[in-house]
Structures are given as C-alpha cells and as structure tokens.
Design a protein around this ligand. Structure first.
Ligand code: GLU
Length: 465
C-alpha cells in the first residue's frame, strides 16, 4: 500500500507555493498507485504557531482540488493527525529509546551548551554537544526528580557511516562525526520535528517520504532513529527547491509565495498545478499542457531532476492563458462572475463579452482591465485626445444615422467616414477607442459598440469631445 504525506507546519498565513508543489507530487504519486495521501499538521514549534493557519492550509489545498484522504478534520485509521494531539505517543517512544540506550536525559544549561560550542568552534571542530550528561545519567535523573529542566537527546554513535537511498538523487552517505546528539524531546514536553516526524511516518505507515531538498541534511538523523526503533526505512525522495528567475530561493520579496494568492489573482488551479508539474520534471512526449489525470498516468519520481527549477510567473501567465482559451464560454463566464461577485456584473453584457475577451486574457483578473468599458463609461483617459471635436461630431452624426445597430454595419460606416475625412484608420479608431473607453486596449471596437448600444456610444463620444 502506497501512502504519502505532506506535514505542513502552521507557521505562516497560508500554504507556501513550494508546499503546494510537494503536495501535488505526493498526491499524484499516491493516486498513481491507488494509495492514500495524508496531510498531517506539524505544530510542535509552539513559538511560531499562526492562528488559523491549519484551516487556511487545508482550504487552499482543497481549492486546488488536492484533497487529502486522511487529515485532522476528516480523520482516518491513524488519527489524530495533529501532532499536538499526540504528545503521549512521542513521550512513550522517547522513553523506549532511553530504555534501549539510544537516547539519554540532558540537563545542561544554555550557558554550558554555549561555552561547549564556542570552545569547539575555536578548535575549528564541528560544534556538537559533548555528551556530558550521558556519562552521569544517575545523577541527572536525581536532579530531574527534584525538578530540574531536561531534554532528551539521541545518542548518536561515533564515526559511523549513515547511508540511505534517495529515489531522485541516489545514494547519500554521511559520517556521524558531523552530527550533533539531536534533541528529541524539548523541555516544554513537546517533541522536536525529528522525533515526531519519524514516529508519525512509521505509525501512519507512510511508504514514501517525498519532501523538499532542505530536509536532506535531517534525513541521516531520521535514519538513525528508524534504526534505533528497529523499524524499516520508508523510501525517501527529496524534491528540488523552486527558485526565482535569478536562481535565488523562492522568497516573499521576489515572488508571491502564498498558494491562495494565485487563485485570488485569477490563475486557474489546473494551470498552476500543470506549471508546478513541470518543475524539474518533463513529460516523456515533451508536452507542456496536460491535466492531473495525464500527469498521474505518466509521472515517475525518478524522472525528476534534482537541479533548482525556476518558478517564472510570466511563464505561468502564459500557461494560464492557454487554460482560459480551452474553457467553454459558460464556464469562463461563471469563473469571472465568481471573481467579480461584488461588482454584480450585468449578465447579458457579461455573456456577450466572453467571446471578445477570452483570447486577450492571461488571468481571470485581466477581465476588468479589458472589458470594464462595457460596464461603465471612462472617468480618465489614458491618452490626450487633442483637438478632435470636429471629427468626433462627425462620428456622432454617422452613428446617429445608422438604423441597423450591428457591429459590421457600424464598422463599415465608420471606415467610410475615416476615408472621406482622409484620416488613417489606425489614428481614427484609436481616437474613437479612447473616446469610448479611455483606454488604448479594449475588446474589438465594433463589437463593443454594438454591446454598448447607440445611445451610450453617442453619449460617451459627446462627453469626450
Ligand atoms: N513540517 C515540515 C515542514 O513544514 C515537514 C518536513 C517533512 O516533510 O518532513 O515542511
């Protein structure tokens, strides 16, 4: 049984786009193998908790149609799925490790730890805890019984090779001389990430731990923990970290990082996921546009390249535009209506506008910029009209004389006028466009005028003149 997971920490306002990427890979891999995708909430770092974050993370995942099979609000066979509800489990496992000699109590003060650290640094050694408390456990336990603050540390063996296989990167080995005796239980009674993640991944029967590259350096500690418990290792795969176009790590300063931001901007979830699928992975047939179902059928972890893929919002916009073009008119209309629900758009105008704007839109939120002129007259003008009073008056007369208010008729009469006035079409229609909309870019002008109606067009032109 294939079981994958993402264990987000509720320490930000929403799901990070990098976590959405991990989620999509984990969800896809589970679906491909008829497995389960689990979302566990890792809230053991009590100092960084953000209120409401866990609900926001789940609702964002669901908005992208990446629904967990087991999580905090739907339960599952290995509940609870929130780490703060599992403290007894970690405590018991830490105690088991003490009994088996793989862990020990430590009551060293911060001052002592700091001085050990600086001494080692001065000697140009990897700063590590010196196992001082390990050699005096009886006394340490007595002091704990009389109220001393303590942590539990992993007793990492000296000079041992820890080896594991990463499905994307191959074999990774590290010598334990580079590892510190990791704290497993903190003095506040909460486990650290390292203990909790291993215990939970084992108890929740996670078969594949697929997570971001930044956790590679933690994996040897986890491997030692699995060995200490006498448990089989899961498969590991570390995904490349997404980069800004300048190759720096994706960060808030250069790119919006919250996954729901993209939906608010009118990116379609399918397009964002399609784009994320291409981070470090390519379709065997070289295709760029493919849906979740197709991705599931062709995806393999081994095909992911470990080099930092660039998350380029311009490329994403292009892809989103491709998805918008594929939507049926009604479907696109519903999405636009939803995005602008506060504006209460006139349904008739909305329906008429869709075929005119769809090819110009990259995001749903481009709609108003392009089609807003169909709903309201301009209040400002992007370009000076200059002295066009006379010409605009002639336009008004021409329009007034039209009896059949249809785009092609309007276009024909206006071209006749431009020719008669010896004004080049491009100048003529730009003047008219600005007069009607205030903007240099609009939906096709004749069709827009048909939608606006004769009276409205004439009123706007008179106003501009
Ligand atoms: N809680 C970690 C995070 O926030 C999970 C890392 C892992 O997948 O093991 O990313």
């Amino acid at each position: 049984m294939i079981r994958t997971r993402i264990p987000p920490s509720p320490t930000g306002e929403d799901l990070h786009i990098g976590n959405l990427y991990s989620a999509y890979i984990n969800w896809t891999f589970a679906r491909k193998h008829n497995g389960k995708f689990i979302v566990r909430i890792e809230d053991t770092d009590r100092t960084r908790l953000v209120e409401g974050a866990e609900n926001q993370i789940l609702s964002t995942l669901r908005a992208y149609n990446i629904a967990p099979d087991e999580t905090i609000d739907i339960g599952g066979p290995y509940a609870p799925y929130r780490q703060s509800d599992r403290l007894d489990i970690y405590k018991k496992h830490a105690e088991d490790l003490i009994v088996s000699g793989h862990a020990y109590f430590c009551i060293c003060t911060k001052e002592r730890l700091d001085s050990v650290r600086s001494e080692m640094q001065a000697k140009k050694l990897v700063p590590r805890y010196d196992k001082y408390c390990l050699a005096r456990q009886d006394q340490v336990k007595r002091e704990i019984d009389s109220g001393a603050n303590y942590v539990i540390r992993l007793n990492i063996p000296a000079d041992t090779e820890v080896v594991f296989t990463d499905m994307i990167r191959g074999e990774i080995a590290i010598n334990t001389n580079n590892l510190d005796d990791q704290v497993l239980m903190k003095s506040d009674g909460f486990p650290t990430y390292h203990l909790a993640v291993v215990v939970d991944d084992h108890l929740m029967k996670i078969s594949h731990v697929i997570r971001a590259e930044e956790w590679i350096s933690s994996t040897p500690k986890h491997v030692l923990l699995y060995q200490a418990f006498g448990w089989d290792l899961p498969f590991f795969a570390h995904l490349p970290i997404l980069r800004n176009p300048d190759k720096s790590k994706l960060s808030k300063r250069k790119n919006p990082v919250w996954a729901s931001w993209y939906l608010e901007q009118g990116f379609l979830p399918e397009a964002v996921l399609n784009y994320l699928a291409l981070m470090g992975w390519s379709h065997p047939d070289g295709k760029e546009i493919f849906d979740a179902e197709e991705f599931t059928s062709v995806f393999t972890l081994e095909r992911i390249q470990p080099v930092g893929p660039v998350f380029d919002i311009t490329k994403l916009e292009w892809m989103n535009g491709q998805y918008i073009m594929k939507l049926k008119n009604d479907n696109l209309r519903d999405k636009i209506q939803e995005l602008y629900k506060e504006n209460k758009l006139d349904l008739n105008i909305l329906n008429l506008s869709i075929p005119l704007v769809r090819e110009r839109m990259k995001k749903l939120s481009d709609y108003w910029n392009i089609a807003g002129m169909l709903f309201e007259p301009p209040t400002t003008y992007e370009k000076e009209l200059g002295d066009q009073k006379e010409l605009l008056e002639k336009v008004t007369q021409t329009l007034e004389a039209i009896s059949e208010w249809k785009a092609d008729v309007i276009g024909e009469k206006l071209q006749d006028l431009a020719t008669a006035e010896k004004v080049p079409f491009s100048t003529f229609f730009m003047t008219l466009r600005i007069a009607l909309s205030g903007k240099k870019i609009t939906p096709p002008l004749n069709e827009s005028m048909e939608i606006l109606g004769k009276e409205e067009c004439i009123a706007r032109i008179k106003n501009a003149a």
